[in-house]
Design a protein around this ligand. Structure first.
Ligand SMILES: Cc1cc2nc3c(=O)[nH]c(=O)nc-3n(C[C@H](O)[C@H](O)[C@H](O)COP(=O)(O)OP(=O)(O)OC[C@H]3O[C@@H](n4cnc5c(N)ncnc54)[C@H](O)[C@@H]3O)c2cc1C
Length: 498
């Protein structure tokens, strides 16, 4: 038995599509309303400008999407997505130098954001009771008893090419992204202004797309598929580009997105400035790699990256018949790659709540918001730990200066300690991967006695010079391809010598 006749999803991007998958089993029909005309293929469109930048799909999101749409991952890979093991396939420059390669249990699927969306869209289009209406702009809500105990959303107004329309709905989900007006419409209808938590660490992304050389034309030293350059720990004089977080991010079609990002630093906007900046990052490898590729796009720059959590969960009387999924409720600094995973995790939670619900009353909406608070709290706290240390950050969550200084001085060394210990210790590695992928909170990891013991053992062995895996290989040289996995070439050579 279904919970109602019509559920309406506002916005047909990743959050909206995941939501449609969550609603479909529980309503007679689901209508997705999207302002853009949607491309048949994996192409950029106006409503999702961030698609021009690299998008990591964390494993919690990969799993949540797979539960909502069985077969998603196979189809993403069949469409060109790359199934890689970052610890073996990525050259990673962190701290003083390149990290050693070694195998781990964590794999990731790399692709463009537009391909993820296209595969999701195909999945949704295959659902018999879901319809996507394109070129339809949502312009308002109809409500009953705004702000009262029985207050509810009952439908939406839309503007189409042929005029205005009203759609009755038993349930509405806002998935219109960072710029959604639903909060303002609810306030105008009688609900109180929601508290909004913000922290904008002034992150800027600048990206350009390239065709890679074919496999037989790549230098032999290119064992890596993905290149990551973390900001320098050096506190002395250096070019601004040494503070950049750089990604040479492989996607489908033998292509790569070259991306530089920074906290609070001016970033290049033109092709010439992009290349000049690339030559000043802290390893020559990035620019050298770009020189071997053919640019296929202009330079794309975005500053729409602040953390923002609209706390609808703190309303004492949230509207019946309404939920929020994706950036419309909580958007993150994209450096932490949490948006898609938080959106798909929320959509999966909504499906679970719907499958247990007898009816869609006020308690249902309040319970869902409370459950979603936990899903969003994990990535939110992770983003805060890092971003609260930046002097350039502004917003309600900016800590007092003394606390900011403590965070700034502790967070980077603590991160390096965890990364170092994860190299040596499989248990620390496993928990660190879970935190990165939003499968465990940072607090849970740091309360785990086995992890604490692993960190201490690493620290002591490092002081005694007894750690097994070397690190900080010269950043001016090519990253070494030696495999330091247990049983790998380096390990075997060491054992043989001993
Ligand atoms: C630079 C950058 C890099 C990022 N990198 C990552 C990453 O590595 N990993 C990750 O997981 N996340 C990343 N994100 C976040 C990620 O893009 C989003 O969290 C994710 O796409 C979910 O977005 P959404 O569907 O909630 O909103 P959006 O993708 O913004 O979609 C909103 C949709 O609503 C539609 N819409 C808006 N208004 C209306 C209206 N009035 N009527 C009808 N339709 C409307 C829009 O056209 C659009 O389709 C990044 C974000 C940025 C900015």
């Amino acid at each position: 038995m279904t919970l109602g006749k019509t559920a309406v999803v506002l916005g047909g991007s990743v959050a909206g599509l995941c939501t449609a998958g969550a609603l479909a089993p529980h309503f007679e029909q689901v209508v997705v309303l999207e302002r853009d005309e949607l491309p048949a293929e994996a192409e950029h469109r106006r409503g999702v400008p961030q698609s021009k930048h690299p998008h990591f799909l964390l494993n919690s999101g990969r799993r949540a999407i797979g539960e909502l749409f069985p077969g998603f991952e196979d189809e993403l890979i069949a469409a060109g997505g790359l199934h890689l093991m970052p610890s073996m396939d990525a050259a990673y420059l962190d701290g003083e130098g390149w990290s050693a390669r070694k195998s781990s249990s964590m794999t990731m699927v790399y692709s463009s954001r537009v391909l993820i969306e296209r595969v999701l869209r195909d999945k949704v289009r295959g659902m018999a009771n879901v319809g996507i209406r394109e070129g339809v702009a949502v312009s308002g809500l109809t409500v009953r008893g705004g702000g009262t105990r029985d207050g509810a959303v009952t439908g939406v107004y839309v503007t189409t090419s042929t005029g205005d329309e009203h759609i009755d709905a038993d349930f509405v989900v806002d998935a219109m992204g960072r710029g959604s007006s639903v909060g303002a419409w609810l306030v105008a209808a009688g609900w109180p202004e929601p508290q909004v938590q913000t922290l904008d660490a002034k992150v800027t992304y600048t990206s350009r797309w390239y065709d890679l050389p074919t496999a037989d034309q790549r230098p032999v030293s290119w064992w890596w598929r993905h290149l990551v350059i973390m900001p320098t720990p050096d506190k002395g004089q250096h070019p601004a580009e040494h503070e950049f977080l750089v990604n040479f991010f492989p996607i489908e079609g033998n292509r790569v997105i070259a991306c530089m990002g920074s906290w609070g630093i001016q970033m290049p906007r033109t092709a010439d400035a992009f290349i000049e900046s690339a030559r000043r990052v802290r390893t020559p490898l990035f620019a050298a790699a770009m020189d071997k590729c053919a640019p296929t796009s202009e330079v794309h720059l975005t500053r729409s990256t602040g953390n923002k959590w609209r706390r609808y969960d703190r309303w004492s009387r949230p509207p019946q018949g309404l939920a929020f999924i994706g950036d419309s409720i909580c958007a993150f600094n994209p450096f932490y790659a949490q948006g898609i995973s938080s959106a798909s995790g929320s959509a999966l939670l909504l499906r679970e709540h719907l499958s247990r619900a007898g009816r869609l009353d006020a308690e249902f909406c309040a319970r869902f918001l409370a459950g979603q608070r936990k899903v969003l709290g994990v990535p939110w706290r992770l983003a805060m730990v890092r971003d609260q240390g930046y002097e350039c950050a502004v917003g309600t969550e900016k800590p007092p200066e003394w606390r900011r200084r403590v965070l700034a001085s502790v967070s980077s060394p603590a991160f390096s300690l965890i990364v170092g210990a994860a190299r040596e210790d499989a248990v620390v590695d496993e928990h660190f991967a879970k935190v990165f992928n939003l499968d465990e909170s940072l607090g849970e990891m740091m309360r785990n006695p086995r992890v604490i013991a692993g960190l201490m053992r690493y620290r002591i062995r490092a002081a005694l010079g007894r750690n097994r895996i070397p690190f900080a290989f010269d950043p001016q040289a090519e990253p070494p391809d030696t495999d330091y996995s247990p049983g790998g070439a380096a390990d075997t050579a060491t054992r043989t010598a001993a």
